[in-house]
Structures are given as C-alpha cells and as structure tokens.
Design a protein around this ligand. Sequence first.
Ligand code: 3H9
Length: 733
Amino acid sequence: MARPAPFALPPVPRPARGQEATTETLSMTDSASTGAAQTRRYEDILVVVIDHPPVNALSAAVRRDLSNAIAEAQTDTRVRAILLMGAGKNFIAGADIREFGKPPQQPLLPDLCNQIEASAKPVIAALHGAALGGGLEIAMAAHYRVALAGAKLGLPEVNLGLLPGAGGTQRAPRLMGAQAALDLMLTGKHLSADAALAAGLVDALASEEDPLDAGLAYTRQLLALNAGPRRTRDAADALSDRQAQLAAVDAAAERIATTARGLFSPARIVQAVRAAIEQPFDEGLRTERALFLQCLDSPQRAALVHAFFAERETAKIPELKEARARRLERVGIVGGGTMGAGIAVAVLDAGLPVVMVEQDDAALARGRARVEQVYDLLVKKGRISSDERAARLARFTGATNYDALGEADLIIEAVFEDMAVKQAVFAQLDRVAKPGAVLATNTSYLDVNQIAEATRGPADVLGLHFFSPANIMKLLEVVVGRHTAPDTVATGFELARRLRKTPVRAGVCDGFIGNRILAVHRQAADMMMEDGASPYDIDAAVRAFGYPMGPYQMADLAGGDIGWATRKRRAATRDPALRYVQIPDRLCERGWFGQKTGRGFYLYPDGARQGTPDPDVLAIIDDERRRAGVAPRPFTQDDILSRYLAAMVNEAANVLHQGIALRPSDIDVVFLSGYGFPRYRGGPMHYADSVDLPRILADIRGFAAEDPAFWKPSPLLVALAESGRSFGSLNAA
Ligand code: 3H9
C-alpha cells in the first residue's frame, strides 16, 4: 500500500560534484569531541555523519551528539536543511543492543526521534547499508528519505524480543499502512531500496553510490522546491481507511496466535499498531513506550539478545588468532547419500565447484539425482529460476575414482558411519589429495583422531559435522582433533562463512557437543518412558517448552535405525551400572524405524508426515515395564521437563568442563541452531542460569536417590552452584 507523498518529488539528478566548494567544518559542542556524530556544513546544508563503528548503533554518545547537532542547527542561520547519514558501510543498525538491561541514559531514543521530527528546518536521511530498528526509526522521524541501492531497511526488533520503541510502531503505519508495517515488524525481514520505495517508506532512490553525494543532491532538490519540514506524525493518507486498517490488525492478531507460539513481543507489536490507528499520535507513543518497556523487561528479550551475541561469538576461537584459512576454491565430497548430496548442494549454493566421488556409476547416479531433486524442488517452489538451477549444477561433477579429487582444496567425507569404512576412505584421500588439502570427516560421533591416523598428515584432518538437511541447517560443528593444525581449523571456519553457516568449535569425544548431550537427555526420556510416561506425554511436554517437536518425533524423523546402530556399537563398552532401556530396540527389531517405514513411535499411515499415537507401541512399552520389573507411575509435564532439562544441563556442564566446548554460549548456539531448542529461552546454558543453578543441582541430587549411576552431578555444575556463579560468568571470562 504505497502512500502518495504529500507533494510530488522529482527524480534525483546525478550529483553535481564540486558544488560543495564552500565546505566549512563547524565547531562542535564539547560532546562532539567523541566524534560519534560529526557535523560539516556544505553551503546551507548541515551534514551530520553518524560515526560509531562497527555498525553505527545508537549508543548514548551517538544519541547525545546527534541531539546536540540538531539543536545547534535550529539556531544557526547559515543552515537551511539537515542531512543525516552514516559513516562506513551502514546508515544505522539500530539501538545499541549492548545497552539493554543497563540504566537508560539521556537522551532516550524516542525523545531524539521526536526532536528530529520537530525540527523547524527540513531533516533528510540518506540511507545506505543497514537502516534497521532504531536506525529506521530515526529515518522515519526525519522529514524526507532517500535510499541508495543495496540499502536494507527493516524493523527487526521482534528477533530480539522487542518492538520498535522509538516511534516506529506509530510512524511506520502512517507511512506504509498497517498491513505492510505489521509485516515488516512481525517478520523482522529487510526491504530493499526498491521495495521500500514501493511501500512508501522512502521518497526517492538515489543513483549515486556515495551517501553524501546522494544526500546532498536530494537535499538541494528539496531546497530548490522550498520544501519545509514534512512530519510523519501528521501523515494521514495511509491510515485514512480506518476499517481496512483495523481489519489488517485483526488479521495479524489472528495469524500470530499460531505463528508466534510462545513469543511475547508479537502480540505487543500488534497492540501498538492498533494504537497507531485508534489513538492520537502522542497517546500512541505513550502506548508504544509502555509496551516496549514490558518487552524490555521480559526474560525473552534477555534470551534473544543473548542468542544474537552468542551466534557472533562462536567465530572467536584461538586458532583464528594465529592462523589464516588455506586456499578454498574447489571442494571434493566422498559419498552421495543424503548427507553427501546435502553438503554438495550447500557448497554449490555458495558458488564453489564440487567433485563428488562414489564407488560405482549407479551410486554416483543416485547421488547426482539427490542433488538434482533438491534443485528441482527449489525451481518448483519458485525459489530459483531454471537458469540458476543449471548454473549451480554446471559446477557439479561426479567421478568413481578417487584421483578426481586431486585438485580439491577441501575434501569432505560423508560415507557410512563406521570406523573401518572411514579409515579406508581416509587412506585413499591421503594417497590422492594434493599437499595442503584439508581432509574433513562428516562423522556425527566417531573419533576424529582415530580417523586421522589413517593418513600421514593428521594436521590436515578435522571434523565438519553438518546437520541434516545439510543445505538448510545452519549449524556446523568444526571438530578439532589432537593434531589438527590451526590453519586447518581456520579453513573449516572459512567454509562455514562461505556457506553462511554458524560454525561452533568442538573437541573430540563421542558425539562432540550436540549429539553427546542429546544422547544423555534422550536417555533420561527413555527412563521416564519405562517408568510410566508415554512417548506422547514426553513429546507434548517438550513441545510445550517450545521445541517444534519432541524427542520421539525427532527420532522417527531421523530414522530409528541410526540410533540403533550407535547403541549396538556402544554395547560392548557401555557402563554396566547404567540402566539400559530396551524399548527403542524392540521397535527397531520389528523394522519400525519411523516415518520412512510408516511406523516408529508413531504411526504414519499412507506416508503421512504427522504421526498418530500407536496403541501397539504402548503395549510394547507395557511389556518392557513388566520385563524390567518397573511399576509405572504418573509424570506431570513439570516432572518430565525438569528431568529432561536437568540431564541436558548436567551433560553440557561436563562438555564444558572437559573443554569439548569453548564457552557456554557455544553450547547454546549448538542447541538453538541444530536441535530446535526454543530461541526465546536462549539455549540450555542461558536457560539454566535463568532457572538458577542451585535449583537444578538440587533436582539432580534428588533424582540421584533413585539412580545414582545416571544422575551424577557434573563437577562444574557443583562448583558454579556452590559458589553462586552462573554459566554466563564463564562466557565473559
Ligand atoms: C532497536 O533498535 C530498538 C529500538 O526500536 C527502540 C529503542 C528504544 N548494537 O552481525 P555482524 C555488532 S533494537 C550493538 O557480525 P554483519 C555485532 O555484535 C536493534 N552491536 O555484521 C558485531 O560485533 P562483534 C535493532 C551491534 O555485517 C558487529 O556489530 N537492530 C548491533 O554480518 C558486526 O555485526 C537489529 O536488530 C547493535 N544494534 O551484519 C540489527 N548490531 O564484531 C542487528 C550489530 O564484536 N544487527 N552489532 O562481534 C544486524 O542485523 C547485523 O549486525 C547487521 C550487520 C545486518 C547490521
């Protein structure tokens, strides 16, 4: 719903370079010495450059300098217009997220936006790079907006558990209409410059590449038209059809009831936009402020901000301080199964060529077909064009001979999960790989050191544990072996960057970070199942916590045979003191491997994707209880969750204690991006801190009374809980 501008704005001409002949640097107030917002006058235009690396976030210093610059310009008779722009790659990426939770400092962002809007002289914002959150709110408070190609405009506060709290919920609907504004705020998605123009969010597109040129040219044009301040608060057109606007709000309220399950801020966003329609502007701002403060205080905001920073921390690893990635231009993949094909697609999508090696022509044809199937589906869904499909597949070649891998800079092995098979592959890779090539195994559990022993250069070997489907899942565990060289590790991280994945450094152990911890809390779930909870009760409890699916739904999706093979492998070394629940084996013995076989813990009649509870499974569980001599007892949802999560947190503490993970926040990222842990709870470590560690420790000690072999408190958990510290304190360390 594009809003016509109150008066037509002619297209922006090319910049008249050299017009800025009378450039004069203005003296700044004391606060300007911080340099967070520098001012320069170009004839009668005051240019205010927000300069606060890395992304010009609106810290207290930026707000103060900006406010001073606007105030000074009001009384400076030489200034007819004020141009706002960002230094570096972005306009402004939003409020300074690091300030949330600290005492607020003046001037507050909403007040600054109001000050900008109230300016008696026209304020123009030239937008390039990120104009997000509070950055876009500043722009909407300005009187005119020009966007450069490549600008990204958005109100992504919802991703941080917030709502746009500096007038964004009141100004965006006045510019774009309620529906488009709600869409922007509820999805957090970014709009391109073109889309923002079409939506009414900006007034003009610039053809210049430089924001200063673009902003000056546009401002001069406005001055030539004698354009005065044009305040968004007074814009009425987009909201004129009140009934239609309220209908859009009602529709959004209905939609989020299902799509934003468990989230706090979306409903507040909808409420605030309703206020934009129903209340006068200043009252609407007060409503927005009250709702914003509710969000700011919510534990979800703290968890989501934690997740934001945690994801950016994972790439800060010791190896990257001492080494750089090796050359990474050609990738080889051994194995064309589901994982191999998924990895191939991920690499092709990143623009790199792939050579896939399979043992014979038939297996290679199947591998290629899997890759093609993914692209066929993307074309069918309209995500890529058939030309794009052809271009990506043109980078794919196949071979049945290892020699074809001789040119590869990185070779990823994705064959059957068996040590002897993997070692045989690595012996071949050792033979054909060029010197300096990085050799990676996509194993989910196996010992990377032992795999590396099959080569003469274990410094070149690491684990790259992708998650299925590998072209979609963001997580990549980069497993560092005993001899892995720092530049090999750096190459793993570089691959993740190119593939736009989230890399997490892991040490070697059975299952690394994610699968090792998963195995333990899945064991806790199995014990509850034998003790009286049905798999359906357990799944329901885990879903109620916020996971998209429970552990038995996940097992059915992944295929029960995979876990069964692992259990058989571990049988010989399993601690005899540990209880072993045989129910999953009973299902596997019947060939009930989950969705792919039509039944597992659930029934999937006629290829259904959604399972239904199976009375036969409940009967098998009853038989197993009798066999094990267990008298079933009831479990409430809280009982289930406290055991499930305590087992997860305890094993995570062991993983940290043993140095398998570098920091607690890395474990959070693994569970958020690979295992469906609800993001608004921040990950298991953040969640444990929010529950309180002594309480979790007390739970574990209580459960240990029944089963001391399983419920052994982790030494790290004990140390933290007894010294009043949190996992979070180790992140900062
Ligand atoms: C808001 O605005 C609330 C208001 O409505 C109301 C207030 C009253 N603050 O992502 P990158 C850091 S809420 C502080 O790796 P890229 C980031 O941690 C805000 N720091 O780069 C990293 O630091 P380090 C709404 C920030 O090029 C570095 O910058 N805005 C902020 O891939 C580089 O970041 C958002 O939610 C910030 N706002 O992507 C936008 N943003 O190097 C959040 C980034 O120490 N930001 N940092 O690890 C983004 O989406 C991306 O950072 C951006 C750049 C697209 C801008």
